[in-house]
Design a protein around this ligand. Structure first.
Ligand code: B1M
Length: 215
């Protein structure tokens, strides 16, 4: 297979051996971020479709996720970081009950490489922990990620909790993840939250939103 098809195939097949050599070769022609966005993510999309239609079992999805994570970790040091530093601080977490973290970690990488300080709390984080970190670190915003449909409900509950703790004015909230839609966030969740809440389709929109929040 040609290089980029082979790389995409590696994600789908969960094939780790020789990954770094292929990534090195790919980086001679395109920047690391394009490799992630144009090649690796379309492999993950295929994985999602295969799993969703019952053609792929969970352990294989996990293997694909491991290869995806290894690839992103390998590419990250090669990414261009902006000189701007200290643009703002965000607490980032995958919500309670949800283990998906590849997208959240991409958001972390993009924000960190563009001058933001990211406090990445990891997966399955209850809102109490997220809020505690946000207060403790004097964060400028809270970011929540979640890929399960039930996580969209958790996000709504989290926003209600922030309201009832009286901190909605302190923390603009950015939400993202495959199960969310812009309409749900912009219609239903803005109704719920007394502060600012916005939807990011991908990590770059997340960066753009942070720039807007900090402007
Ligand atoms: Co899961 N899983 N999974 N899974 N998994 C999905 C989400 C699913 C859609 C697959 C499917 O059925 N087609 C489905 C959810 C269905 C639903 O809720 N209706 C599903 C399921 C069912 C499950 C389990 C329940 C399976 C089971 O146990 N029976 C289980 C969940 C356990 C739990 O959470 N409690 C489970 C487990 C797993 C693995 C562990 C095997 C693995 C995760 C490994 C890991 O993350 N460390 C996994 C994977 C890999 C997937 C799919 C295939 C791929 C997800 C991914 O990494 N995509 C996924 C299919 C899909 O999403 N269509 C699926 C790549 C990633 C870069 O995209 O995270 O969307 P994403 O991030 C994007 C944007 O959304 C955005 O930026 C990123 C791009 O730039 N973004 C943000 C994300 N967060 C953001 C936050 C922001 C801003 C932007 O600001 C704060």
């Amino acid at each position: 297979l040609p290089l980029f098809e082979r790389l995409e195939r590696r994600i789908v097949d969960g094939e780790r051996a020789g990954l770094e050599a292929d990534l090195d070769e790919a980086m001679t022609t395109v920047p690391p971020l394009s490799i992630i966005n144009d090649t690796l993510l379309s492999g993950m999309k295929t994985v999602g479709e295969l799993f969703g239609s019952g053609q792929m079992q969970l352990p294989f999805v996990l293997q694909s996720a491991e290869v995806m994570k290894a690839a992103v970790a390998y590419l990250e040091p090669h990414m261009e970081a902006s000189d701007a530093a200290g643009k703002g601080r965000i607490v980032l977490a995958t919500v309670k009950g949800d283990v998906h973290d590849i997208g959240k970690n991409l958001v972390d990488i993009i924000l960190s490489n563009n001058g933001y300080e990211v406090i990445n709390l990891g997966i399955k984080q209850p809102i109490a922990t997220i809020l505690e970190a946000a207060i403790d670190k004097k964060a400028d915003a809270i970011g929540m990620s979640g890929l399960l449909v039930k996580s969209t409900v958790v996000m709504k509950e989290n926003l209600e909790e922030l309201n009832s703790r009286g901190v909605s004015g302190d923390f603009p909230v950015m939400l993202g993840g495959a199960a969310l839609t812009r309409a749900y966030v912009e219609n239903d969740l803005t109704e719920v939250y007394d502060g600012e809440v916005s939807y990011a389709r991908d990590a770059f929109e997340g960066l753009h939103l942070m720039d807007t929040i900090m402007a």
